[in-house]
Design a protein around this ligand. Structure first.
Ligand SMILES: Cc1ncc(COP(=O)(O)O)c(C=O)c1O
Length: 380
């Protein structure tokens, strides 16, 4: 099945009991045994649930992977994946990383004896130089949050394969519609399904898709043992969202391209970060690796803290809110919101400045979005 068809038809066909075209919400904690040791395939919803399975199969199909697992949040998915490692293991990740992932690594997983090095993920020499005898994993974001750097996935997979390291790609920002990391040799894909996969700002969720069954089994074991799985209702919402992922992604991309070009021309704007702009350092890589440039645009405003505050207070169509990837356009200030948990000195080193503003471009009329940013910038 092609992507658009798989997004609609991977959940397993009509309900065998009633013919319902949509997978029902199996809102049950437990399943009755037919006899001692004999079930219909399910025994307890922490271990497996039919609505969750429909979502897991769908995300696995979209990522071109072997096995999918759905989690309560993106962070629950990430926490579960980190438990593939053991005390004393070393992880290489990138400097410009979602703030919550950085916090999980630095403030939680370090306490359990894991070690981390953060590198510029576009520099092969820097990645190779960071490898130690105890390195076990390389963790990337396919498009980084919030600076929207594009990582050369094949290059990272190649480095890791030569040394037997596990690779994890957080594919939240592009979604599998724009790029499928497993095709480049990545071992595990992680998602915050809260974002584009669900797409409607009405659920938090996460997912992991693995390149092989063995890793899939290990993730499933951890999910059951740690209890990090998603609820049936949340899975149902994400499943419903996924059916329109292809059309939504095309429109997010179209709107974001117009906004990025508009901002680049604006006199109150310093730097615009959008992989679809020729000025972006990874423009050529993005064109080669992805089917589009995505729906996120970041930029720096001229005028310091006063301009930032004034802009954020003046936007009307854009809502000041964390998160991204929904039909609603959102605006946020990484330094005080999504990346506030990152050490200030580290944020500075990475380039997440106090003037940086991140936009999640939604599906409203493009003229309304442009006019809204225009009026807020004019008076900022
Ligand atoms: C790139 C990325 N990964 C992971 C997460 C965490 O996902 P969740 O908020 O669903 O726990 C986020 C949340 O913003 C994100 O932007």
């Amino acid at each position: 099945m092609r992507f658009e068809t798989a997004a609609i038809h991977s959940e397993g066909g009509p309900c065998p009991a009633t013919g319902a075209i949509v997978t029902p919400i199996y809102q049950t904690s437990t399943f009755v045994f037919e006899d001692i040791g004999k079930t219909k395939g399910y025994d307890y919803s922490r271990t497996a649930n039919p609505t969750r399975k429909a979502l897991e199969d769908t995300i696995a199909a979209l990522e071109g992977g072997k096995a999918g697992s759905a989690f309560a949040t993106g962070m629950a998915a990430e926490t579960t994946v980190m438990h593939l490692l053991q005390q004393g293991d070393h992880v290489i990740s990138q400097e410009d990383l979602y703030g919550g992932t950085y916090r999980l690594f630095e403030n939680v997983m370090r306490n359990f004896g894991l070690e981390f090095t953060f590198v510029r993920m576009d520099d092969r020499d820097e990645i190779e130089a960071a490898i130690r005898p105890n390195t076990r994993m390389i963790w990337i974001e396919t498009i980084s949050n919030p600076l929207l750097n594009v990582v050369d996935i094949g290059m990272v997979a190649d480095i890791a394969k030569k040394r037997g390291l596990i690779t994890v790609a957080d594919n939240t920002l592009p979604s599998p519609y724009l790029v499928r990391p497993l095709e480049y040799g990545i071992d595990l894909v992680v998602h915050s399904t809260t974002k584009y996969l669900n797409g409607h700002c009405d659920v938090v969720g996460g997912a992991v898709v693995t390149a092989n069954d063995e890793l899939g089994e290990r993730v499933r074991f951890l999910s059951n043992a740690m209890g990090t799985c998603a609820s049936p209702f949340d899975c149902w919402l994400v499943l419903r969202g996924i059916k329109t992922l292809p059309v939504r992604m095309m429109q997010h991309d179209k709107n974001a391209s117009v906004i990025a070009a508009f901002l680049e021309r604006h006199p109150k704007v310093k730097n615009v970060y959008y992989p679809g702009l020729k000025s972006h350092p990874h423009y050529k890589l993005a064109k080669k690796q992805m089917k589009g440039s995505g729906g996120m645009v970041s930029f720096e405003i001229i005028g310091g803290a006063k301009a930032v505050k004034s802009f954020l207070r003046r936007v009307k169509v854009f809502s000041l809110a964390e998160s991204l990837g929904g039909v609603d356009s959102l605006v946020e200030h990484p330094a005080t919101m999504s990346h506030a948990s990152m050490r200030e000195s580290f944020r500075k080193k990475v380039g997440i400045t106090e003037d940086l503003i991140r936009l999640s471009i939604g599906l409203e009329n493009i003229d309304d979005l442009k006019e809204d940013l225009g009026q807020a910038l004019k008076r900022a």
